[in-house]
Design a protein around this ligand. Structure first.
Ligand code: GLU
Length: 414
């Protein structure tokens, strides 16, 4: 899918839902318009002494429900349009989970895999210097996303704190625990995703014991999804990263794969596995397929070949709108991204609360709160989907749009 396609996909969900909710022209217009966008050029000194210019973005899509919230992505395939689409998804995600937060997203066009640790640190700090007046606690709060991690969040918080002359835990979530991060944040997206899979399995009558799983993407979310599969009695048969995938009918051990990936930089060639392509992985005959990498991997070109019973969108926007319709008519249960991967921002919200009251909650407390929150969102979506005879995504958009519009109206914006 082209980068701009994600934006039209998200806008088509908004239009569809606007039609179901009989929204007026002004309401639709406000939902389709991003509030604020910033594009910056960043000079970064590289290890060879030369300076390279990087392009960065931050989009605050809508702040009706509260301070905007969303991750920062370091990746080559980005544009203002793709960041805008991801910021819109964050807006609907926060509304769906009933968080007092708006939606935002940011990114820097770069390939962190080709950069040293020092270069990554200078880029992270440079990005904060360029956007610091635009973001802030109670205003717009950053977080990790593709290719960014707690260490990067720590640098960003430190740089922001220096700029404002005081400690500012609240500028970013997903921080290292020693710097005010929350227990459970690292695995939150994947764990929340698994809670929704358990509910989906119940509703389609799939026995989770020994259910087979394929996972596309082996970053933080994909790795933790694979690691947690055993706690849900499932077997991971196939995984992939950007360089390709591997399959083993005997099942794969997430931690062993991760160790190999840390050393060799890829999953390829893992003993007693067969290589497969990313495309083949998506089309495997498994019970549960978890796209956990980038947007637009299931399109009208391969949707007919998807054979999983449940597709759990742990990535943002992995399925195009045409593909979504095909999967629905083929009876495949799709757990939409804004529901499935909401665990990340839910625990980010818990981190914000802990920072505000200067507390550190135990992992057990955080996980139990996450479980309660995401299950209640799942039940709301499932009930509306049954009552209105629409798919889970449409039900999720209807619920979140209603909340967002209620806030917009109470603020007197329309
Ligand atoms: N990047 C994550 C997402 O897309 C988390 C955002 C956050 O925690 O603010 O949901």
């Amino acid at each position: 899918m082209l980068l701009t396609d994600l934006l039209s996909t998200v806008q088509s969900y908004i239009s569809r839902c606007a039609c179901d909710l009989s929204l007026g022209k002004n309401e639709i217009e406000i939902l389709k318009s991003p509030q604020r966008e910033l594009q910056v050029s960043l000079p970064v000194r590289m290890d060879n002494g030369r300076t390279t210019m990087f392009q960065g973005f931050r989009v605050q899509y809508n702040s009706a429900l509260g301070p905007t919230k969303g991750g920062i992505r370091f990746h080559l395939d980005q544009s203002l349009e793709s960041v805008r689409a991801l910021a819109a998804l964050m807006t609907w995600k926060c509304a769906l989970h009933d968080l007092p937060l708006g939606g935002a997203k940011g990114g820097v066009i770069c390939n962190p895999k080709d950069m040293s640790t020092d270069e990554t640190e200078r880029l992270s700090r440079g990005f904060i210097r360029a956007i610091h007046y635009f973001v802030g606690p109670g205003k717009d709060v950053l977080a990790p996303d593709v290719n960014t991690n707690p260490q990067i969040m720590g640098w960003m918080m430190d740089e922001y704190s220096r700029l404002v002359g005081k400690n500012a835990f609240g500028i970013v979530t997903g921080k290292p625990i020693i710097l005010g991060g929350s227990a459970g944040r690292l695995q939150a997206t994947s764990l929340g995703g698994w809670y929704t899979i358990r509910e989906a399995a119940r509703s389609v009558g799939l026995e989770l014991k020994n259910a087979s799983v394929a996972i596309q993407g082996y970053g933080n979310v994909g790795y933790n999804a694979a690691r947690l599969a055993t706690s849900f009695d499932c077997r991971v048969l196939a995984v992939s990263d950007s360089k390709g995938g591997i399959i083993s009918q005997k099942g794969l051990i997430a931690e062993d794969l991760n160790r190999k990936k840390q050393i060799n930089g890829s999953l390829k060639g893992f003993p007693e596995t067969t290589s497969i392509s990313n495309q083949e992985l998506l089309e495997l005959n498994v019970d549960i397929l978890i796209p956990a990498a980038l947007e637009g991997v299931i399109t009208s070109e391969n949707a007919e070949s998807i054979r999983a019973r449940i597709v759990a969108e742990m990535a943002n926007g992995p399925i195009s709108q045409e593909a979504d319709d095909i999967l629905f008519s083929n009876g495949i249960h799709v757990i939409p991204d804004i529901l499935c991967n909401g665990g990340g921002v839910i625990v980010s919200y818990f981190e914000m609360v802990q920072n505000l009251i200067l507390q550190q909650w135990s992992e057990r407390e955080v996980i139990s709160l996450l479980n309660r929150k995401i299950l209640s969102s799942y039940a709301d979506v499932q009930n509306l989907s049954n009552a209105s005879k629409v798919d889970m995504r449409q039900a999720a958009y209807m619920l979140s749009t209603k909340r967002l519009l209620a806030a917009i109206k109470m603020k007197g914006w329309v």
